[in-house]
Design a protein around this ligand. Structure first.
Ligand SMILES: NC(=O)c1ccc[n+]([C@@H]2O[C@H](COP(=O)([O-])OP(=O)(O)OC[C@H]3O[C@@H](n4cnc5c(N)ncnc54)[C@H](OP(=O)(O)O)[C@@H]3O)[C@@H](O)[C@H]2O)c1
Length: 179
């Protein structure tokens, strides 16, 4: 039997998830975008009937309200949206109150998650050598809306935690079209 999926954010990622859902045992039972769910008001018991989990790939300003609404309605969520991390405490509170589950990652790639560990290890090794500093450069497609990306912020967080120093890193961003 298929699990019911809601797609919250029907953009590039939402459409990809919709296409891949059936082969992973999910049936898409609801879809929302910025037009029909501007401030999360379209998320209701009725529209989410039969939904076991919602996948949220929207925009930084939309994520928290969607997370709150899903939690109130008792729907588990997987959130890939970036750029809302400073609101994580509010999201945590909502999810705890709703007794739902939430999985969030700025990047779901297995390779990138291994790279987070590699970077943390490298930062710890370099931390004891004050003659070395670290920089993060980011190059991404020109249509990306949030900058710096959640992935680069997560790398910075890993480096700071492992190196145990603040102000040890400097970040530069290069925006560009990759041909
Ligand atoms: N964690 C990861 O591995 C990962 C990977 C890729 C992308 N991302 C992140 O995921 C997010 C989405 O990426 P994307 O490339 O799919 O963006 P996108 O193509 O711009 O799609 C965003 C979608 O969200 C919709 N939306 C906006 N506000 C909404 C709301 N309140 N309720 C429901 N839908 C809403 C938009 O609808 P309208 O067009 O009607 O406004 C659009 O369909 C970004 O933050 C991106 O950085 C994360």
């Amino acid at each position: 039997m298929s699990l019911g999926l809601a797609i919250v954010g029907h953009g590039k990622m939402g459409k990809l998830i919709e296409r891949l859902a059936p082969e992973h045992g999910f049936e898409v039972r609801a879809k929302f975008d910025g037009r029909n769910n501007g401030n999360a008001q379209a998320l209701s018991r009725e529209t989410l009937r039969g939904v076991d989990v919602a996948v949220e790939f929207t925009a930084p300003q939309a994520a928290l309200e969607n997370i709150r609404r899903l939690a109130v309605l008792g729907v588990n969520a997987v959130v890939g949206t970036t750029g809302w991390l400073e609101q994580l405490a509010s999201a945590r509170e909502a999810v705890e109150q709703g007794k739902t589950g939430l999985v969030w990652a700025p990047n779901f790639s297995v390779g990138v998650n291994l790279f987070f560990d590699v970077v943390a290890h490298a930062a710890a090794l370099f931390a004891g050598h004050s003659e070395y500093e670290a920089w993060g450069w980011e190059i991404h497609h020109g249509a990306k809306k949030d900058e710096l990306s959640g992935t680069l912020k997560k790398l910075a967080e890993e480096m700071r935690a492992a190196a145990g120093k603040k102000g040890f890193f400097e970040f530069k961003e290069i925006l560009g079209e990759l041909g």
